[in-house]
Design a protein around this ligand. Structure first.
Ligand code: ZN
Length: 370
């Protein structure tokens, strides 16, 4: 997600905060200071309630962080890296880099978060009587309830919630078919999302904030279910394929000193490619696309040379021959481009891979499976 602020690194994992997190902290602090704490623990002044609200909101997100570390540290035990843990409007997410290697790994990684939350809830309940009815005791009791809710809410069996991952692990274990297990878990996630939206609409007339909140969560879950499913399908289809196996090796290259006019006449028109690597000797210096040459006014195409309009090598997005096709797709989507030059181990040009090469692999694999 864009708009993330890096907070620091904890236990070797970067922790980032999305700007929507600040909205959540404010909403939580406001609702606690404005109504929850005055009802639960009367007799303090407004400033104290606000201080209690802010401290609670920050500790709530520390609880979310603990939950996510439960996932990330368990993932690490199975050799899966975590890019980052991000806090945002609806809580947190541990961005685990790899798909779980086995149903057992998926099950344990998924359940580790809710178990962490439930253990925290139990510990907080245990200490709360000692702290009595003063401000601190009230905050600790609130956090115990919140951790209990975090544990229970996340076990709702719909992808992308933890319960959905547990469901997927069980289905995967039974059927040995990951795409099918993912499809069912994602469908269940969408049903859960619709239930949230429905409940939100029912509640809306009585409590605007709660109603909107439920609708928003449902919306978020629905989008999450869809995109996790698509990602799994793509990763499944492309993950085991190396770029070197599907790239085009026999490249048409262009010299940097060629005029745009000649490049169009001799290369773009006869070969119908959208772009060509620009090579000097056998050294890659850049890439020139149809858009690059088309942007040159026609009366200047005889003077302007390719070097002046190409994207130079240092700004090129590239992949290596032994990167996976899924990595290539992820990089193309991130950069919003349709082709990547492929480099060999020495950093020299080995080929080119395009979005249609990747689509071809997906279609081929889909066709072979059915
Ligand atoms: Zn979780």
């Amino acid at each position: 997600m864009r708009g993330a602020l890096r907070l620091g690194t904890l236990l070797g994992i970067p922790v980032t905060i999305n700007y929507t997190w600040f909205i959540a902290v404010w909403l939580v602090a406001w609702s606690l200071a404005g109504s929850y704490y005055p009802q639960q623990s009367p007799g303090f002044d407004a400033n104290t309630y606000w201080a209690m609200g802010i401290v609670s909101a920050v500790l709530l997100f520390a609880s979310v962080l603990a939950h996510e570390f439960g996932h990330a540290l368990t993932a690490r035990r199975f050799g899966m890296r975590t890019h980052a843990i991000m806090l945002f409007l609806f809580g947190g997410v541990a961005q685990v880099a790899e798909e779980p290697p086995s149903p057992r790994a998926e099950f344990l990684v998924a359940i580790a978060g809710p178990l962490t939350s439930l253990a925290l809830a139990a510990a907080l309940y245990a200490v709360s009587p000692v702290l009595g009815d003063r401000a601190l005791g009230t905050i600790i009791r609130y956090l115990a309830v919140v951790n209990l809710m975090l544990g229970v809410f996340n076990m709702i069996p719909g992808f992308p919630l933890d319960g959905g991952r547990v469901l997927r692990a069980l289905l995967w274990h039974r059927s040995n078919n990951l795409p099918r297990a993912t499809r069912i878990a994602a469908r269940t996630g969408q049903v859960v999302a619709v239930l949230f939206i429905g409940a939100g609409l029912v509640v809306l007339s009585r409590s605007l904030i709660t109603g909107l909140w439920l609708v928003l969560i449902g919306w978020f879950l629905d989008a999450g279910a869809q995109s996790s499913y698509q990602q799994v399908v793509l990763r499944q289809g492309l993950g085991g394929v190396l770029v070197g196996a599907i790239m085009t090796r026999d490249l048409h290259t262009i010299e940097p000193s060629l005029t745009v006019e000649r490049a169009i006449a001799d290369h773009f028109l006869p070969h119908k490619h959208g772009g060509f690597p620009v090579v000097y000797g056998d050294h890659l210096v850049g890439i020139v696309t149809l858009q690059d040459v088309a942007a040159v006014p026609s009366d200047r195409r005889a003077e302007v040379v390719v070097r002046e309009v190409m994207t130079p090598r240092e700004r090129l997005k590239t992949v290596l021959v032994d990167d996976s096709a899924y990595d290539a797709l992820a990089r193309m989507m991130q950069a919003g481009i349709g082709r990547l030059l492929v480099l060999d181990g020495r950093g020299e040009l080995a080929g080119i891979v395009t979005r249609s090469d990747l689509l071809h692999v997906l279609r081929l694999r889909g066709g072979l499976e059915n």
